[in-house]
Design a protein around this ligand. Structure first.
Ligand code: 13P
Length: 251
């Protein structure tokens, strides 16, 4: 069964007290909403993961925003997949475009991160997406295909089945310029076909593919209504509980 998900990527926002407060508000709203059709995930800063985890109940999961590409050792400032696992964190975002762009994370580095995440029982939320120039040149499907092949096609079908893919066109992130639901659906269907060609249609039917990039409480319903859009990875709108919950309940 394909799972639907709405995940809030808090990026480098919120103090510890603010993060706990937001987590409690999200948790209360999720409880009040009754039966939901999607899994709800929030991704605070590393430093806040443990406290935020304690602030939510069983219906809200917590994710890290990154993990190291090495298992352990002399890597000052890094946080390993094993550390996340030992802290009871179930998810980790890998390959966000901000990591790729600002920290030089290549497909090869991200593949190592995904490998370590899976080896430690974490579920990666693996981000892909083209830049504006790549969209304008008409090469966006090739870009997305390359990111999937180089980042994820080293895994067995069993391993791959634990991965959530997030399609986040870079030109839509934080810009207020969301992809239209047609544009997003085109790429999501292409991603599912790419997965089907490699792993078969059963694996492809089950893979969760999120859309991210200026997804908000006003456009989520139309995006999520598309057959290959299985939820969202939400930045700005996840920082306000009321907005985030309206996205969660858009299913
Ligand atoms: P915005 O929702 O702020 O555009 O950010 C999307 C994103 O990068 C989520 O990971």
């Amino acid at each position: 069964m394909r799972k639907y998900m709405v995940a809030g990527n808090w990026k480098m926002n919120k103090s510890l007290a603010e993060g706990i407060q937001l987590a409690k508000e999200v948790d209360a709203a999720v409880e009040a909403a009754g039966k939901l059709l999607c899994e709800v995930v929030i991704a605070p800063a590393f430093l806040h993961l443990s406290e935020v985890s304690k602030a939510v109940g069983a219906k809200v999961s917590v994710s890290a925003q990154n993990c190291a590409a090495e298992a352990s050792g002399a890597y000052t400032g890094e946080v390993s997949a094993a550390m996340l696992q030992s802290a009871g964190i179930p998810y980790v975002i890998i390959g966000h475009s901000e990591r790729r762009t600002y920290y030089g994370e290549t497909d090869a580095i991200l593949a190592k991160k995904a490998e370590l995440a899976l080896a430690n029982g974490l579920k990666p939320i693996f981000c892909i997406g083209e830049e504006l120039s790549q969209r304008d040149s008409g090469k966006y499907l090739d870009v997305v295909k390359g990111q999937i092949e180089n980042g994820l096609f080293r895994f067995s079908a069993d391993e791959f089945s634990k991965i959530v893919i997030a399609y986040e066109p870079v030109w839509a992130i934080g810009t207020g310029r969301t992809a239209t639901s047609e544009q997003a659906q085109e790429v999501h269907a292409f991603i599912r076909k790419t997965v089907a060609d490699k792993y078969g249609s059963a694996v492809a039917d089950n893979v969760t593919i999120l859309y991210g990039g200026s997804c908000n409480e006003n456009n989520a319903k139309e995006l999520f209504a598309r057959p290959d859009i299985d939820g969202g990875l939400i930045g700005g709108a996840s920082l306000v509980a009321d907005k985030f919950i309206r996205i969660v309940t858009a299913f």
